[in-house]
Design a protein around this ligand. Structure first.
Ligand code: NAI
Length: 253
């Protein structure tokens, strides 16, 4: 399928996991993709293997970085049609034991990063007058709570509602810019690997996670990328302010 032929896509967190799988999928469907990440080397290595892709250094918590990267992509490609806000981190801790530092860092990357991405995405998409599509990575943790992820819950819940606010603003203004959130369950990426490896017995931890999923397994990043590609495409022209769960049935219970 070449649903994204002629489109330009910017993917934050593009060096790894869901961001990387999305960048590959968007490129496979015809988009020119820019992978933006704090991990510049990783983004450059990944871009080198994707047809027509390039890399940018981006700290999503920095307004100045977003300004520079969004402007550079718009200048180089003449437009930005798709923004995927995938950069994210997870920190563990209940309301009693999460450190203020972890709370602030989790909020800064997951929430401020998405806020700034949406703001600069709207700015450059609006400038072309051709509309666009923004996809924000929330999580099932943006819908249901967990006892030991207070900061992550709060940030991802906020991303869910921020998405709706962005969508409604853009609709009201007639920009033709759609904004939707994606809510994965456990996805086999380096982030999940790090979570699993924190447990005393990683194999046991992984088995426990999978046992809690009605479909009995974790997602592959490519499965999330397929949903993102749909939301980025014109096939989703009437879809905005909506939340897309991809969790093997976890939130159905
Ligand atoms: P990952 O750890 O594989 O990739 C995250 C990427 O974000 C990395 O390349 C990292 O360098 C980049 N990054 C981190 N901080 C950054 C910053 N300040 N500026 C720019 N880039 C930064 O993680 P994964 O699994 O691909 O996660 C992607 C998104 O999906 C995240 O928002 C995560 O919260 C969300 N998610 C992941 C799930 C999972 O099970 N893996 C489940 C639900 C949501």
């Amino acid at each position: 399928m070449r649903r994204l032929q002629g489109k330009v896509a910017l993917v934050s967190g593009g060096a790894s996991g869901i961001g990387l799988a999305s960048a590959r999928r968007l490129a496979d469907e015809g988009a020119e993709v820019v992978l933006a990440d704090l991990n510049r080397d990783g983004a450059e290595r990944a871009a080198a293997e994707i047809q027509g892709a390039s890399a940018e250094l981006l700290d999503v918590t920095s307004d100045a970085d977003w300004q520079r990267v969004a402007d550079a992509v718009a200048a180089r490609h003449g437009r930005v049609d798709i923004l995927v806000n995938s950069a994210g981190i997870v920190a563990f801790g209940s309301i009693e034991d999460v450190s203020l530092e972890d709370w602030r860092r989790t909020m800064a990357v997951n929430l401020d990063g998405t806020f700034l991405g949406c703001r600069h995405g709207v700015r450059v998409m609006k400038a072309t007058g051709r509309g666009g599509a923004i996809v924000n990575l929330s999580s099932v943790s943006g819908i249901i709570g967990g006892h030991n992820i207070a900061a992550y819950n709060a940030a991802k819940g906020a991303v869910r509602l921020l998405t709706k606010s962005v969508a409604l603003h853009c609709a009201r203004k007639g920009y033709g810019i759609r904004c939707n959130s994606v809510h994965p369950g456990f996805v086999e990426t380096p982030m999940l690997e790090a979570v699993v490896n924190q447990g005393r017995n990683p194999q046991d931890t992984r088995a426990k996670l999978q046992a809690g999923v009605p479909l009995g397994r974790n997602a592959h990043p490519e499965e999330v990328a397929a949903m993102i590609a749909y939301l980025a495409s014109d096939e989703a022209a009437f879809v905005t302010g909506a939340e897309f769960v991809i969790d093997g049935g976890v939130t159905a219970m």
